[in-house]
Design a protein around this ligand. Structure first.
Ligand code: NDP
Length: 285
């Protein structure tokens, strides 16, 4: 293996410690409310991890569990209550939601100032416009991994594989803001392997186990593997064939232990950022 392994667990632990010391200096406990509708096992695990990490960082957490048959109106009423609660700085409604609830309606109901997932159209628009915003946690975490690994971005050719609103589009906006030359690839892209090979920074966010093979990687490229997929043996695997890619890449994230831990750490950071902005508004100008 030639690539440096970018250790997301270690980098996330450092970020969580920085968040905890920011919280300790605030003089109040920022509040994070996490809403889970139904009992999807994967979502339940995510929510538990988020609550545990938030408590460890000194945040006040409120965990709201609603039955799977909750109506959209009932969920919107919970969101309205949290929007109005001055002790709540961040609101996260765990996705996916049951079919009777429109995720977009819920996302748009969250106060953009408390939108720690960064999915509200106001935050999406501010990010696209290069304005300060609450940035979605996974793309924010990717930028921090690239920074911690000293990957140069200015002028670099970056390829984002995947164009979802949660990962692909926001990471493309962040890379562009960092002066990379960004290409976004997706299921209709021709010659995907060639596009990937040209990239100096490759972000894989497709959700297809080991779709990106070693011979798709440019020599020395930085490879960030966002994918979380189940292997036939039920273990987790990424979108990149790790062992093959690590022979050619300059730096690479593993799955698990790469992007995943950063997502939760960035949720904590976003909650503290939201708390600081809401409770200590910066005067205009
Ligand atoms: P989506 O399913 O929303 O998007 C997948 C994207 O990949 C789409 O843009 C799709 O293209 C593209 N795609 C799918 N198949 C191909 C293909 N064969 N060739 C080229 N492009 C393809 O997924 P998400 O963005 O939400 O998530 C991506 C992965 O990242 C998943 O494995 C998910 O579990 C993981 N993830 C991990 C997180 C973490 O914290 N580690 C957080 C969020 C996601 P098109 O638009 O044309 O359909």
């Amino acid at each position: 293996m030639t690539a440096r392994i970018i250790d997301g667990r270690a980098i996330a632990a450092e970020l969580r410690a920085r968040v905890a010391s920011r919280v300790a200096g605030l003089g109040f406990r920022p509040g994070l409310a996490v809403v889970l509708v139904g009992a999807d096992p994967a979502s339940s695990v995510y929510v538990r991890s988020k609550n545990r990490a938030a408590t460890e960082a000194g945040l006040a957490t409120e965990s709201i569990r609603l039955p799977a048959d909750t109506s959209q109106a009932e969920l919107l009423a919970v969101v309205a209550r949290l929007n109005a609660d001055p002790a709540v700085d961040g609101i996260l409604v765990q996705l996916p939601l049951p079919p009777q609830i429109s995720p977009q309606a819920v996302i748009e109901a969250i106060d953009p100032a408390k939108d720690v997932d960064g999915f509200h159209p106001i935050n999406v628009g501010r990010l696209a416009g290069g304005l300060p915003s609450l940035v979605p946690c996974t793309p924010l975490g990717i930028m921090k991994l690239l920074a911690a690994a000293d990957v140069p971005l200015s002028g670099a050719r970056a390829l984002v594989l995947g164009r979802s609103a949660i990962v692909g589009k926001p990471i493309a906006a962040l890379l562009l803001a960092a002066n990379a030359t960004v290409t976004i690839a997706h299921s209709r892209t021709r010659n995907l392997a060639d596009e990937c090979r040209r990239a100096e920074v490759l972000i894989a966010a497709v959700g297809k186990l080991e779709m990106v093979r070693g011979d798709w990687i440019g020599k020395g490229a930085a490879v960030i593997d966002v994918g979380v997929n189940r292997r036939p043996d039920n273990k987790l695997g990424g979108d990149v064939a790790f062992a093959e890619a690590a022979e050619i890449a300059g730096a690479i994230t593993p799955v698990p232990g790469g992007v995943g831990p950063m997502t939760i750490a960035c949720l904590l950071e976003n909650t503290v950022t939201a708390a600081e902005r809401r409770r200590r508004p910066v005067p205009p100008g």
